[in-house]
Design a protein around this ligand. Structure first.
Ligand code: ME8
Length: 527
């Protein structure tokens, strides 16, 4: 919004526990918001849970509890604890069953009704409960085996249900031209490009009006003028982005925060965010989000990882083995954001060992060990800097610029992280070439000055890495910050700014450098 960089994740269905796919989007949003905070901007990061609809209702029934009890249990025992475990620094967590949300959703829908945007009608069509969406006949797949003779949802590969209801409709079809004009005028509105093309093609085919109420079950927010109907779960859910930041309750907060700068979504729910949501906002006279950015799918065996396909892996399985920081790093590092990617233990282990343990962790522990051994733990002064040191300072400036542009602006997390790890490689190369252990054996003043310079340079490079990697790996960055003795000299890591990270020579000589536990310990040979 105008005064706050506002980022959202989808609000997840709490029919089950979170898996790697949910965590993927949430970690990406966390890195993005931490990056912007570290630029000194005011940021608002929102996540939450989507608790109404048939899918949740049926799951609760199958488990013999009320939907409300089911949601409370999952939110408190699975979802919130996982985000805490993964160091997600969200500013708010909205649940669609909260009164601050339900009251405002009713107001919003009433307002659309009063404006003549909603009418009553009938609908018949195939509905996918896992998607909570009416499907078109054309997109359905023919079932085989146990589903022979049935029509399947193309995403979930599960049979759709035929629904016939009297519903209320939102005049979505009236917004096709306006939406297309908006996409044309704002090329960055939908990202990546492939997602934008897909949405534009979909809208060009012509939009149908949207059924926004259901009357065959009651787990939802009531239509204010007709309590036999509940509001369609997607209309309810999308409005979280407004209700959570003060729509209808805190005009000042709303004014400053809304609309979102970035809605992060999986590509499965792109149309809801890039078509229905902006049309709802247009109909209500509210401003549209700046960007809707779709991430690709984490795949298992060539299919989208999901609980309903029984391929949902719990993040705990991986953090137990690799640690939380490595987990946060891996998926953003290994998969180009926006594209699908497969997860494998082998790839994670290989990258962990080569980039985190060897390139980064070893560099940190070698430098701390040498400052301990040759200078009794007091960071020496760079007495004799030359061309090699200038090249490191230049490499840092380039890495910082590139990371800022890629992570902070383009949401190219893989590219931004790669820029920082290229710099780490450069520093390792510098140490190998300069061989401080050789200079250490030579007692001449010249050699000792070189030794001091080399170790200072490497430590100063690490100081910048701790800052630049802090949004991605907050725990190891804090450890490194501490081991360099940066805290009393430069203040808390959280107060370091991206813009200052590349300013060479910030770490003053004389700090107390200590060699703590390895940042990224060797992996145990379990898996
Ligand atoms: O759709 N790979 O909730 P949901 C990558 N409640 N991302 C994945 C993924 C995978 N295999 N699986 C899930 C809903 N995700 C609605 C949203 S928003 C107003 C309402 C991520 O629990 C991805 O971000 O099905 C996807 O869009 C989201 O989880 C879907 O979560």
């Amino acid at each position: 919004g105008p005064g706050t960089y506002y980022v959202s994740t989808p609000i997840y269905y709490v029919n089950d526990a979170p898996h790697l796919g949910h965590a993927y989007t949430t970690v990406a949003g966390d890195v993005l918001t931490r990056w912007h905070r570290q630029r000194g901007e005011k940021v608002w990061y929102l996540t939450g849970t989507d608790e109404h609809g048939q899918k949740i209702m049926r799951t609760a029934e199958a488990n013999g509890v009320s939907p409300g009890e089911w949601c409370d249990k999952l939110v408190e025992e699975s979802w919130k604890p996982l985000w805490k475990h993964l160091r997600i620094a969200n500013d708010d967590f909205i649940r669609t069953t909260e009164k601050r949300h339900t009251d405002r959703v009713q107001e919003f829908v009433q307002d659309l009704y009063d404006r003549g945007e909603i009418y009553q009608g009938g609908y018949e069509g195939p509905y996918c409960v896992p998607c909570e969406e009416y499907k078109t006949y054309g997109e359905l797949l023919d079932g085989e085996g146990e589903y022979a003779g049935q029509k399947l949802c193309p995403i979930h590969k599960k049979p759709v249900e035929m629904l016939q209801e009297e519903n209320y409709f939102f005049k979505l079809s009236a917004y096709g031209e306006k939406l297309l004009a908006h996409y044309e005028a704002n090329p960055e509105f939908i990202q990546p490009e492939s997602a934008r093309n897909e949405v534009m093609q979909f809208v060009r085919q012509g939009l149908e009006d949207l059924s926004i109420s259901r009357s065959t079950f009651d787990w939802g927010i009531k239509i204010p003028w007709d309590d036999k109907h509940v509001i369609y779960v997607w209309v309810d859910a999308l409005l979280n982005y407004a209700t959570a930041v003060g729509y209808g309750s805190d005009p000042e907060k709303f004014q400053e925060t809304f609309p979102a700068d970035v809605h992060l979504v999986g590509k499965d729910i792109l149309r809801f965010h890039a078509v229905i949501w902006p049309a709802m906002l247009m109909a209500n006279g509210l401003p549209l989000p700046k960007r809707v950015v779709a991430n690709g799918w984490l795949m298992v065996g060539g299919e989208k990882m999901s609980k309903s396909n029984l391929t949902g892996i719990s993040p705990h399985e991986l953090t137990d083995h690799f640690g939380v920081d490595a987990y946060r790093w891996y998926f953003l590092r290994a998969i180009a954001f926006g594209q699908d990617g497969s997860f494998s233990w082998e790839d994670f282990s290989a990258r962990y060992t080569s980039e985190l343990a060897n390139d980064y962790g070893n560099l940190a522990s070698r430098v701390a060990a040498m400052v301990g051994k040759y200078f009794e733990g007091a960071l020496p002064e760079a007495l004799a800097p030359g061309e090699a040191e200038q090249a490191i300072a230049d490499g840092l400036a380039k890495a910082a610029r590139e990371a800022d542009e890629r992570i902070g602006e383009q949401l190219d997390f893989a590219g931004g992280i790669a820029a920082i790890f290229d710099f780490i490689k450069q520093v390792n190369g510098y140490l190998t070439e300069q061989a401080p252990w050789k200079a250490a054996k030579d007692e001449s003043a010249e050699a000792q000055a070189r030794l001091a310079t080399i170790l200072y340079t490497a430590a100063e490079a690490l100081r910048a890495c701790a800052v630049l990697l802090n949004p991605v790996m907050p725990d190891s960055s804090a450890k490194l910050w501490e081991s360099l003795g940066a805290e009393p000299a430069l203040g808390p890591l959280s107060e370091q700014r991206v813009a200052d990270a590349a300013e060479w020579g910030r770490l003053p000589a004389g700090t107390t450098v200590t060699k703590g536990a390895a940042l990224f310990p060797r992996l145990e040979e379990t898996k």
